[in-house]
Design a binder for this molecule. Structure first.
Ligand code: GDP
Length: 337
């Protein structure tokens, strides 16, 4: 007679178990590891740090690609098409998102699995919606660490999508090797409405929806972007930004897109720029985290909190100069208890 079914003890996996699960490519372990690094609970942060350190040697081998574009440009359609294109060629693709608006609106408009039905069913793809960690800094931290976990789990292409609200493009550009900007056909209006600075961030511009009636308009848009890029000061890099046309719906241009992204990677890798870029990114991230944590600690400090209202009032009303007030705040923070 069969005995009672075995009782499964649901205990949290240890950091070492998570690391081992990750390295073996176990998706459940990856999902749990991401939940851990998304948590802001101090105990979880400690475990997350230990986990990241354990898997560190298995990270860094992926091609990290940032993608942005206005809503409606075709980001999710393009990521689905491009992701499937890559998995069909033997790649393992992780899709992450940075959407700081998701915590405010209560729902992420990026990385939503329902938007990428085919890719989310693909065993060689992993899609994770934007963390809802609140601030852009918090979301970016979690996404960057998630990228490292995905690399440790063997994903060799990481696509990081951003909706481009405020500073999020810059933040994504600072965590990837290459930044792809999707544009719509119809250059005249598009160039007018271009967010300041986006062309400076772009390594590759792809004019999407280059199909059907839009084909000629897409080509003319591509020409406008080429000349706009041309008049910009050339960067010191070995890479000059490229402009191409594509259609996420027909798949035309995906070959060219992948070739271009690879050419970028090879060019930067060949002269050491890629290594240098990542070194700089890591240092920048470290200091960004120091600064944001210092600020959190400062604002949470009991003595600082106690004096904040009165100091803010005095500075606001012009009774106290901001320099003196800032001295007082920092002194209150520095004094040992
Ligand atoms: P997102 O907001 O940037 O993620 O844009 P979506 O991927 O949701 O696409 C917005 C709309 O554009 C949808 O109706 C898509 O079907 C359509 N679309 C996306 N890519 C293409 C394309 O290459 N060609 C055409 N004709 N339509 C596209």
């Amino acid at each position: 007679m069969a005995g009672p079914p075995p009782v499964t003890v649901r205990r949290r996996p240890t950091v070492a178990e998570l690391a081992a699960g990750l390295k073996s490519g176990d998706r459940a372990a990856l999902a749990r590891a991401i939940t851990l690094i998304e948590s802001t609970h101090p105990d979880h942060r400690k475990e997350a740090h230990a986990l990241l350190q354990l898997v560190l040697s298995g990270t860094g081998q992926a091609h990290r690609i940032g993608i942005t574009g206005v809503p409606g440009v075709g980001k999710s359609t393009a990521i689905e098409a491009f992701g499937c294109y890559l998995t069909a060629r033997g790649h393992r693709v992780a899709v992450l998102a940075v959407d700081p608006s998701s915590s405010r609106s209560g729902g992420s408009i990026l990385g939503d699995k329902t938007r990428m039905e085919q890719l989310s069913a693909d065993p060689n793809a992993f899609i994770r919606p934007s963390p809802s960690a609140g601030t852009l800094g918090g979301v970016a931290r979690a996404t960057r660490e998630t990228m490292l976990l995905c690399e440790a789990a063997g994903y060799d292409v990481i696509l990081v999508e951003t909706v481009g609200v405020g500073q999020s493009e810059t933040v994504v550009a600072q965590m990837v090797d290459v930044f792809l900007v999707l544009m719509l056909p119809g250059a005249g209006d598009e160039l007018q409405g271009l967010k300041k600075g986006i062309l400076e961030l772009a390594d590759v511009i792809a004019v999407n929806k280059a199909d059907g009636d839009n084909l000629l308009r897409a080509e003319s848009a591509a020409r406008s972007y080429r000349s706009a890029l041309h008049i910009m000061t050339p960067s010191a890099s070995v890479w000059q930004p490229e402009v191409l046309c594509m259609s996420a719906v027909t798949g035309n241009g995906l070959d060219k897109l992948w070739d271009t992204l690879q050419a970028h990677h090879q060019a930067l890798d060949a002269n050491g720029e890629l290594t240098e870029k990542r070194q700089k990114q890591r240092l920048r991230w470290m200091w960004a985290m120091v600064e944001s944590r210092l600020q959190e600690e400062l604002r949470a400090h009991p003595r600082v909190r106690g004096m904040m209202a009165e100091l803010e009032r005095a500075v606001h009303d012009g009774d106290l100069n901001p320099s003196t007030a800032s001295d007082q705040i920092l002194n209150a923070f520095r004094v040992e208890d």
